[in-house]
Design a protein around this ligand. Sequence first.
Ligand code: ATP
Ligand code: ATP
Ligand code: MG
Ligand code: MG
Lengths: 252, 252
Amino acid sequence: MARIICITNQKGGVGKTTTAVNLASCMAAIEKKTLLVDMDPQGNSTSGVGLDKNECDPNIYNVIMGDADVLGAIRPTELKKLFCVPSNGQLTGAEVELVGLEERETRLKKALSAVEKDFDFILIDCPPSLGFLTLNALVAADSVLIPVQSEYYALEGLSSLMETVERVRESLNPRLEIEGALLTMHDSRTRLASQVSEEVRKFFGEKVYNTVIPRNVQLSESPSFGKPIILYDIRSSGAQAYLNLTKEIVRH
Amino acid sequence: MARIICITNQKGGVGKTTTAVNLASCMAAIEKKTLLVDMDPQGNSTSGVGLDKNECDPNIYNVIMGDADVLGAIRPTELKKLFCVPSNGQLTGAEVELVGLEERETRLKKALSAVEKDFDFILIDCPPSLGFLTLNALVAADSVLIPVQSEYYALEGLSSLMETVERVRESLNPRLEIEGALLTMHDSRTRLASQVSEEVRKFFGEKVYNTVIPRNVQLSESPSFGKPIILYDIRSSGAQAYLNLTKEIVRH
Ligand SMILES: Nc1ncnc2c1ncn2[C@@H]1O[C@H](COP(=O)(O)OP(=O)(O)OP(=O)(O)O)[C@@H](O)[C@H]1O
Ligand SMILES: Nc1ncnc2c1ncn2[C@@H]1O[C@H](COP(=O)(O)OP(=O)(O)OP(=O)(O)O)[C@@H](O)[C@H]1O
Ligand SMILES: [Mg+2]
Ligand SMILES: [Mg+2]
């Protein structure tokens, strides 16, 4: 059965998509069959693995609304063991449309149950909010990976994120655990980065990954080529960091 | 009558809050009476001007829900001419609660009409989404300022943002204009930054501000002291850039 990991933080721009795309591709590179589910209407994970957002029919929106089966929405990528359920702007409507529907929080969980046995890992990339799309991902997941940018504003939202995780654990998904907190865009030269990472370790204790993702320009260049970092520049510090993170996660 | 400017981009982490806080404080520094409205449940603008999110009663949530008058929610800040309507996590519930209510898109507009005559500028900081909170801000505003990070993923969302602005202009707010597009966190040493800024100028034409905000560590340090950049480090490149931007906007 696949381990389902939800990658979320309502703070914007902290590296959710960069982590989802690169962790998924590193897992595929070490022969783990991996499914990347893009639950963000921006569709950044979809284009990050080289898919065209405008040509993806059916996509995660159709699956969530019950119009399509998840099997029909799964697409291959450049990596043999990496597959993706794409998203695009249609998904924006789902937040409002879900409000009035039955089982609005468990739609993703039900959809993924049909393919769980076919994968080693399923990673879910979330939008920067705590709405129904993120809620669906938290209900479907076994664990939560929280990217935290080494910046002050990124600290502010952590307690409301943990409150949401706790609420989901108490009601809709008792098995939900914290997979870990990942420091991202870390610039070890700045005082701010070391102060923030100290606070993050105080908040999450040993749940903070040993691997810290450095600020690395190749990581922000690779999406413009539609390639994960290991296909764009394997020697970069970003690629090495995500390979190390993968070893930490797959071993555990 | 105040010029009401909505600062929005559904892409996360592009510098919406940093622009809202620092533009508002620079306007106050040149004697323009300015109101900063925090429409993001994260409450980053609220803490960016030194207010305590947990001590703000009433706040923008109470105003939007009709439980409080905006006059009662306006707070002074360290700058004589800068005022703020704070927000906190309570606002998260508003997205869903607004779905069933009357006049759900015009609540902020109605609330601000009571104080428009008391300010020169009203700036609205938005969350990273195109939901009801951002919709309320677009309906209340005279114009939209769009921060664009000099990164590839930031380009992807621009067309759906413009579609939303167009839809609001055709239905709920015919006077809504593009105030401008602002390049943020710009690192002129990288090829990616110059490529992205070229694309942004193609997309927005002369609506792109001459002022470009450089990546500047003091800008990310200042929120941890609850101070806008002009009170934290006036000599920094970040402070100079936001002062220049203010001159561009106020003169226009
Ligand atoms: N370690 C890094 N070094 C340099 N740039 C990075 C790094 N990680 C991410 N980036 C860049 O920073 C920006 C924000 O990252 P990303 O889009 O992955 O964050 P996100 O949390 O998914 O954003 P959103 O909240 O909009 O979904 C992107 O342009 C990305 O390319
Ligand atoms: N020019 C800059 N130089 C360096 N750091 C910056 C700059 N502008 C913003 N930052 C930092 O980058 C991070 C993202 O900026 P900010 O929070 O203002 O973006 P946002 O668009 O408001 O994010 P969200 O989508 O979560 O609301 C913050 O930690 C901020 O301090
Ligand atoms: Mg993302
Ligand atoms: Mg913000």
